[in-house]
Design a protein. Structure first.
Length: 224
């Protein structure tokens, strides 16, 4: 009887310790199950979105396990580029964010699933196997977020912002300079200036003070 080929996985996270932990978890829990579940094999890794795009093209993984907040190119942008290039079978987001902006952006970019980092390892393994089969998986909290967004599509005044632009707006509201924002988000100063300009334009405000007032007025939570 032939044995099914392992599901190949690209791990994407800017923290090496997280990648090591995921590799260990998948190595232990991702073996072929008695019920016939395919084995899981981590074949490549990336520490940021740009690397993820390159590694996906090189490794052609069945599943990409994608973090969202990373230096320069974030997980949403990387997801969109990989989906457009068709260099991976499916992308499964694994993140700490459960707010509507991140969930909606990831799904719109083409992610087949969305999990939070406190997921149980057996649920993570199941989600990877499901993703390889083309079956979506959403953390219950992400599901509730999407349901609220669908039920009240106008409820978020920040709906037009990408997750990274939202991060920049939080720091603007905190009174941080472009230099401090660049250091906080591991971005270049030029990239931050581009994000600030985009935020001001999308919010329809003239300057940083207007953006900060807008964020405060509409209850943007610091670190949400």
């Amino acid at each position: 009887m032939s044995v099914a080929k392992p599901i190949t996985v690209l791990l994407v996270d800017d923290h090496q310790v997280v990648r090591e932990g995921m590799r260990m978890i998948l190595g232990e829990a991702g073996r072929a199950s008695a019920e016939g579940g395919r084995a899981i094999e981590v074949t490549c890794e990336a520490a940021n979105g740009e690397e993820a795009v390159r590694e996906a093209a090189r490794c052609r993984p069945d599943v990409v396990l994608m973090d969202l907040q990373m230096p320069e190119v974030d997980g949403v942008q990387a997801t969109r580029r990989i989906v457009d290039a068709r260099t991976a079978g499916a992308i499964l987001v694994l993140t700490t964010f459960e707010d509507d902006v991140h969930v909606r952006a990831a799904v719109q970019a083409g992610a087949i699933g969305y999990l939070l980092k406190d997921v149980l390892k057996e649920d993570l393994v199941r989600a990877i196997r499901d993703a390889a089969r083309g079956t979506p998986t959403l953390d219950p909290r992400a599901q509730r977020t999407l349901m609220r967004t669908v039920a009240s599509p106008e409820q978020s005044p920040f709906a037009g912002l990408t997750p990274r632009e939202l991060d920049v707006l939080r720091l603007i509201a905190r009174g941080e300079s472009n230099k401090r924002i660049a250091a906080e988000l591991n971005l270049s100063l030029g990239t931050v200036k581009g994000y600030v300009s985009a935020v001001l334009e999308k919010l329809g405000v003239a300057d940083r003070t207007g953006a900060a007032l807008f964020a405060t007025k509409h209850g943007l939570e610091d670190g949400a």
